[in-house]
Write a protein that binds this ligand. Structure first.
Ligand code: AMP
Ligand code: MG
Length: 385
């Protein structure tokens, strides 16, 4: 579904139709410099020429007269070219005195001119359907005089935490109880992806309650996200419930952290059963949920996140067998050289490792331990979600 919104409200939304330019951009031939509009034929290949200044053309206030041979018009950046002129001489290359201007040699026909329609011609596609609208696109739409855009409706995402051990902020945790943090990181990540969020709270590890929550979520949302209860423990009911109410399309990924991730469908809703460990939740969201949600929200194409190699200054512990997403800090030294180091302990329950990180260090499946100084792949987190 799509909706019409005011251009400013289009920020972070995804275009649902091509934006066609109703005008030429720029609208008129105009000057790219402050200087003088001249006829190229009046300039000399050698020596200087002195032309009479016939008037001025300001941005928004064009020269009203007709520029004769042997004349120049004083012109400002963005001002309309007198139709008789074909070349701009920047003011640093001209000497004006007593209503006249003297210009030397070395100029090119049509220099310092911006042609009507050179950025965009009337009828041309300015922006394509599927594009996320950033400040640049919003400004471009405004520059065409368009006040409203058609965008895809926001994805509706229902989420809940599972776990008997979870208590909410404001309660005092009893023996073995912990605060629910996953619902907060998930809420934050979904908000950054500009989704409509339905926070269903904490659901106890009770199959009947989980079943009811699944049904309610799938009936109200495009995407359902849960955390916890998706592994192979005695209180892990999520994957079996997905099997019962819908279908499990994949479960268990050769990644660390995040191995128990489950994906499937319940009716028309996409279902992501994220692991319970707080770092696993974030890593699987960044690496899987994000990439699925952007096309579901209408974005097309979805370019891969920039990943590049830098030297790693830490020793990294890694066993072959799974792709690892270690949390790293990319930084730049005094000479402008970038390198990455790891954020201390990498346990999947240590949320501080995400809070301190600005990138993932991605270590491929077959990789073993990494010695300091090795080139590693990094993926910047900021802007990804
Ligand atoms: P589970 O897969 O349900 O066994 O959860 C794995 C680990 O993550 C356990 O130590 C849980 O206590 C922890 N955990 C699960 N859900 C949450 C949550 N919402 N907030 C913080 N920790 C959680
Ligand atoms: Mg659990």
């Amino acid at each position: 579904a799509t909706e019409r919104v005011n251009v400013r409200a289009g920020l972070n939304r995804i275009l649902a139709e091509d934006v066609i330019s109703p005008i030429n951009v720029p609208a008129h031939d105009n000057s790219a410099m402050d200087g003088f509009a001249v006829r190229f034929a009046d300039l000399k290949a050698e020596g200087e020429v002195t032309l009479k200044i016939a008037g001025s053309s300001f941005a928004g206030k064009p020269f009203a007269g007709k520029m004769q041979a042997g004349e120049a018009v004083r012109i400002m950046t963005g001002a309309v070219m007198p139709p008789e002129a074909d070349t701009i001489v920047m003011q640093e290359h001209a000497q004006a005195k007593d209503g006249k201007v003297t210009i030397g040699k070395g100029h090119r026909l049509s220099q310092n001119l911006r042609r009507a329609g050179e950025d965009l011609a009337t009828g041309q596609v300015a922006l394509k359907r599927g594009l996320p609208l950033r400040p640049a696109e919003i400004g471009l739409i405004a520059s065409l005089g368009i006040g409203e855009v058609t965008v895809f409706r926001k994805l509706r995402v229902a989420f809940f935490s599972t776990g008997d051990e979870l208590v909410s902020i404001g309660s005092v945790p009893g023996a073995g109880q912990i605060f629910d943090s996953n619902r907060y990181t998930i809420h934050g990540m979904l908000t950054r992806l500009n989704c409509e969020v339905i926070d269903m709270g904490v659901i106890r590890d009770d199959p009947a309650l989980i079943e009811a929550a699944f049904k309610q979520a799938a009936a109200n949302a495009d995407v359902v996200i849960t955390s916890g209860g998706v592994s192979v423990g005695e209180a892990d009911f999520v994957k079996d419930m997905l099997n019962k109410l819908g279908e499990v399309l994949f479960w268990k990924i050769a990644m660390k952290p995040g191995r128990p991730l489950a994906y499937g469908k319940i009716g028309g809703a996409h279902f992501f059963g994220l692991p319970g460990n707080p770092v696993s939740v974030m890593v699987t969201f960044y690496q899987f949920v994000r990439d699925a949600m952007l096309p579901l929200a209408g974005q097309n194409p979805v370019p891969p996140l920039p990943t590049f190699k830098v030297p790693c200054t830490s020793v990294l512990k890694k066993a072959p067998g799974r792709t690892e997403f270690q949390r790293g800090i990319l930084s730049c030294d005094a000479h402008g050289a970038w390198s990455v180091r790891v954020t201390g302990e990498q346990g999947s329950g240590i949320l501080r490792s995400m809070a301190e990180a600005n990138c993932f260090i991605i270590l491929p499946t077959d990789q073993g331990n990494v010695t300091a100084g090795t080139m590693v792949d990094v993926q910047v987190m900021e802007g990804a979600v």
